[in-house]
Design a protein around this ligand. Structure first.
Ligand code: GLA
Ligand code: GLA
Ligand code: GLA
Length: 685
């Protein structure tokens, strides 16, 4: 095994969600599947995520035979099985007999049986029952040679407000606050609107028909939901760890859609610590009518780098569509070559797989028109099947180089779930224009356009190895984070931050006595006021003799030791500082006071790239829309993906000597890329 390989297979994984139990009554279909899998150059299938009713049709009655057969067939073709635990959807008999498994929503309405992803995370019965099922799966399949990984449940998410969860929440609070209700009241600013609690039973989860204005409570509820979900997951994996300690465990993470921002409902920085391999489901709306293709590609890069940075290891693309989904507003087909391009982008950013939802389109129910490798026609001649097969062949050719190779970044961009949650409920600023994750996407994009690899990290990561640390809008900052940022700069780091940073502590209580003294020292300024604009307002800042439009926010800054890099053009603070730079001990700290147009970010980061000598994986001259990203192999060579995310032919210039990874042919100098074309090249370092 290579040092950073995440599964035992040395091949890139190609395949995806396979639901044979939907086809047990349709003779010939499963035989056909296994013929087509070869033709599609696939090797790995995730099975069983929604199979509980097929595995235990009645309480205590088990029907594993169909799954035995699938294992046999997968093994005969030399393939891998990613075996899912079925807790993502329940059989009807269970909801009927044990109604505690059903969720209660924030309005305190008990849900009926139906759909999926909707069990109570606290229910002792469901936890026990899931464990029992998982034990049976591990006993039966734990030693199968094709068992590559465990896939725990499916897309964990959501919350339950039932009585069991209320009790669990109170117990959780007791642990956080040393069993001291006064501490809770102080942290939640209790006397405000008479929200002081005098016994634990008065505390309820937030609700639109109840408590929703206590920000500390809202924040703690979010934290509890993450912890309770992880606690459910940890119960699920007990028998798997016991019986199959050598089989890696994953669960499929998500992004929010269509914004393509980090999944807000769960703090994945906590969840990531509990899984062996990071995997996620990516469904970008390619060819949409509200952004350029390259802007979306940059957002995909952001999410990929966030998942990569969670373990600093390769990760797996667990789900994607070979063509289109069925749940976007408009479910547009990927244009020719987009499938190949988008899959290559995943490999470029550290994926060791390209897996699909779904292998075969189901015949009925809600996903019958969701894209799949095998369509209702069962044909190998349609466009989608051919594109999948073409990609599968290319992945076979690239496996040896790509699997287990690393991505290295000199820049860290900090995303924080706590800040996102706190800003979401904070009343103030512009209610619709806080846009915290979107702001991070924009900062990322300026570096992405210049091909600079970025780690998207969280506040718990180590900062010291980054030449540049970008921390915009870190609204919530504990004393500890403040201290760690200070040490980072003192020891020579370059820090970039912005408006709406460092305003509250971990309970969403504001700091008193002005901006924190440590931050004032590091940045050499004190932000005095945050001016919020209507969307019709306009103003500019001037940076390096160039004017840039600003919108939404402008911070009025009291400059202490810092150097002023940009000034406001208009309003009552015209000519005052808009962007500053401070030397603090061995490092430097930039403060960006206003939300500026993309061109400002571009010029600002270009300046930093030059100053800090940040390097892309490969030097290529190109227009915006071409992306150059890659990975480093154990032997020190790089594999680089040069990707055209535009609808135009692009003339680029490769400034170093490289070889085409497929043909070995030497390349350098002027090259033309067709729309959506990808070049994969090797480079000696
Ligand atoms: C109303 C209420 C006050 C306060 C203000 C805020 O006037 O009476 O308690 O909430 O709104 O603008
Ligand atoms: C998610 C789910 C899959 C499927 C796809 C459809 O990723 O995990 O079961 O519903 O969405 O896009
Ligand atoms: C959510 C998830 C997607 C997919 C859809 C299916 O939006 O983010 O991955 O599962 O639901 O409806």
């Amino acid at each position: 095994m290579k040092k950073h390989q995440v599964t035992k297979d040395t091949r890139l994984l190609h395949g995806g969600d396979y639901n044979p139990d939907q086809w047990l009554d349709c003779p010939g279909i499963i035989d056909q599947d296994f013929k087509l899998m070869k033709q599609a150059h696939t090797n790995t299938f995730s099975v069983g995520m929604f199979s509980w009713a097929s595995l235990e049709p009645e309480e205590g009655v088990y029907t594993f035979e169909w799954l035995d057969d699938i294992f046999d067939r997968i093994e005969a073709m030399g393939g891998n099985m990613i075996l899912a635990t079925p807790s993502g959807a329940r059989p009807a008999w269970m909801s009927q007999k044990y109604p505690e498994v059903l969720r209660v929503d924030a309005l305190r309405r008990k849900q009926l049986h139906g759909a999926r992803h909707n069990h109570c995370f606290t229910s002792p019965y469901y936890r026990e029952k899931a464990q029992e099922m998982n034990r049976k799966l591990a006993e039966r399949y734990g030693k199968r040679s094709s068992l590559l990984m465990w896939h725990i449940s499916n897309e964990y998410g959501g919350e339950c407000h039932c009585d069991l969860c209320q009790t669990a929440f109170r117990d959780w609070l007791k642990v956080q606050y040393d069993n001291d209700l006064d501490k809770v009241n102080q942290s939640w600013w209790g006397p405000f609107w008479s929200h002081t609690f005098t016994n634990w039973e008065q505390i309820e989860s937030p609700s639109p028909i109840g408590e929703n204005a206590v920000h500390g409570l809202n924040l703690d509820w979010r934290r509890f939901v993450t912890d309770q979900t992880i606690s459910f997951y940890k119960d699920e994996i007990v028998p798997l760890r016991e019986l199959t300690p050598e089989v890696p465990i994953t669960t499929n993470f998500m992004s929010d859609n269509p914004s393509f921002t980090p999944f807000r409902a769960l703090d994945y920085s906590k969840f990531a610590k509990e899984v062996d391999v990071i995997s996620w489901d990516a469904y970008p709306a390619w060819h949409n009518d509200y952004e350029e293709t390259y802007e979306l590609a940059s957002k995909v890069g952001f999410m990929n780098d966030s998942f990569k940075s969670m373990k600093q290891k390769p990760w797996l693309l667990m789900e994607s569509t070979p063509s289109h989904v069925n749940w976007h507003q408009f479910n547009k087909a990927k244009r020719p070559s987009m499938h190949y391009l988008s899959a290559m982008q995943m490999l470029a950013h550290g994926s060791d797989s390209n897996l699909y939802f779904q292998w075969r389109k189901s015949r009925g129910s809600s996903e019958k028109f969701h894209g799949a490798v095998v369509d209702h026609d069962g044909s190998t001649e349609n466009r989608v099947f051919k594109e999948v097969a073409r990609l599968g062949k290319a992945m076979e050719d690239l496996s040896e180089k790509v699997v287990g190779s690393q991505r290295i970044a000199e820049v860290g961009l900090l995303y924080d779930w706590d800040s996102d949650w706190a800003l979401e409920h904070t009343q103030g600023f512009g209610l619709q224009t806080k846009l915290y994750p979107e702001t991070l996407q924009k900062h990322y994009q300026s570096l992405w356009e210049k091909d600079i690899p970025v780690d998207v990290i969280t506040k718990e990561n180590t900062f010291k190895d980054y030449k540049l640390l970008v921390v915009p809008m870190l609204y919530l900052m504990s004393e500890e984070t403040v201290q760690r940022l200070k040490v980072y700069v003192a020891n020579g780091g370059t820090l970039v931050s912005s408006y709406i940073t460092g305003l509250v502590n971990e309970h969403d209580l504001t700091y008193l006595g002005g901006w924190k003294k440590e931050l004032q020292e590091v940045f050499g300024i004190e932000p005095l006021e945050t001016d919020t604009y209507y969307t019709s307002d306009s103003n500019e800042l001037t940076f390096n003799n160039k004017q840039y439009a600003i919108r939404d926010y402008a911070t009025i800054i009291d400059v202490k030791e810092a150097e002023v890099l940009a000034q406001y053009e208009g309003d009552f603070y015209a000519d005052s500082a808009a962007v500053t730079l401070n030397n603090y001990k061995d490092g430097e700290a930039y403060y960006i006071g206003a939300r500026a147009e993309d061109d400002f970010n571009r010029d600002f980061y270009s300046h930093l790239i030059e100053k800090l000598d940040l390097s892309p994986g490969l030097k290529v001259e190109h227009e915006i829309g071409v992306s150059v990203q890659g990975r480093i192999l154990d032997d020190g060579t790089s594999i680089i993906f040069i990707m055209n995310f535009t609808e135009e032919e692009q003339a680029i210039e490769i400034l170093e000597d490289v070889r085409d990874s497929f043909t070995g042919e030497t390349l350098s100098g002027d090259v033309s890329l067709k729309p959506y074309e990808v070049l994969v090249v090797d480079k000696n370092n």
